[in-house]
Design a binder for this molecule. Sequence first.
Ligand SMILES: NC(=O)c1ccc[n+]([C@@H]2O[C@H](COP(=O)([O-])OP(=O)(O)OC[C@H]3O[C@@H](n4cnc5c(N)ncnc54)[C@H](OP(=O)(O)O)[C@@H]3O)[C@@H](O)[C@H]2O)c1
Length: 257
Amino acid sequence: MVLKMDSKNILITGSGSGLGRAMAIRLAKEGHNIILNGRTESKLVETKELLAKFNVQVLIKVGDVSDSNFVNSMISETVNELNLLHVVINNAGISGIPGPIIDISEREMQKIMDINFKGAWLVSKYAAKVMRKQRKLKPLNGKIINVSSIAGKEPMPFVGIYSCSKAALISLTQVLAKELAPKITANAICPGYHITPIYKDDPDLIRKYWNSIEMKPLLKRVGTAEDVTGLISFLVSDDSNYMTGEIINIDGGVVLK
Ligand SMILES: NC(=O)c1ccc[n+]([C@@H]2O[C@H](COP(=O)([O-])OP(=O)(O)OC[C@H]3O[C@@H](n4cnc5c(N)ncnc54)[C@H](OP(=O)(O)O)[C@@H]3O)[C@@H](O)[C@H]2O)c1
């Protein structure tokens, strides 16, 4: 394996579409090796094809982040194949079926929490155990980046469990930052409304949604998946090495209103 001077091995969960795929393209373009993950192999193969021109190593790990056996194997296989794991980006997530929180079934609640919260915790847990042993890396042994949401900061009606799961992810980020310092950092991003399959790739549906809950971006446009990639690139880079426990909005000014 050829590792360029500042090339990192980066696991991005949920990278078969949307924000995760856009992050994979940006980071591969910058020369990083990418580990793609998701439950649907065909989507990961499509992402891999989009990365082919960047001449970096790309691994595919098909599986569910809420399954601890899978996550444990995904991390150990990655280290066996690439030797080091520099960064994990916990991006896999689902919004669930919209509806009043008192009408959500227990099963639906559990599914959202399992993927959005437990999945990020499992990946962080197994990744941090590996990162701690990577003592030759300086000054940091590794980085964890969580993809929360403005819904984790501002309670969002009718996607209530999603909101709760994303708030839990903010707390997870801060606990990880405290417990894993000084050698591993943990930060989170909070995107706003971005055109991706989570909103059926439909800007009108997003606008309808934000009108209904009176949360409009100051920048007066729907975000794209690419809009988050500059921030991700910064968080992956050594320029952010002195940041940990930060929860950063990237939402066109939705939360500020
Ligand atoms: N788009 C937005 O406006 C927005 C705003 C704030 C936060 N976010 C967050 O950004 C992240 C990415 O969302 P997106 O908008 O890019 O939607 P997306 O295109 O639906 O991406 C989510 C990805 O996660 C994967 N995934 C779902 N469950 C999984 C599991 N159990 N294990 C592994 N992978 C799984 C999906 O692929 P498979 O179904 O094939 O597994 C999919 O590729 C999510 O965490 C979302 O909550 C999005």
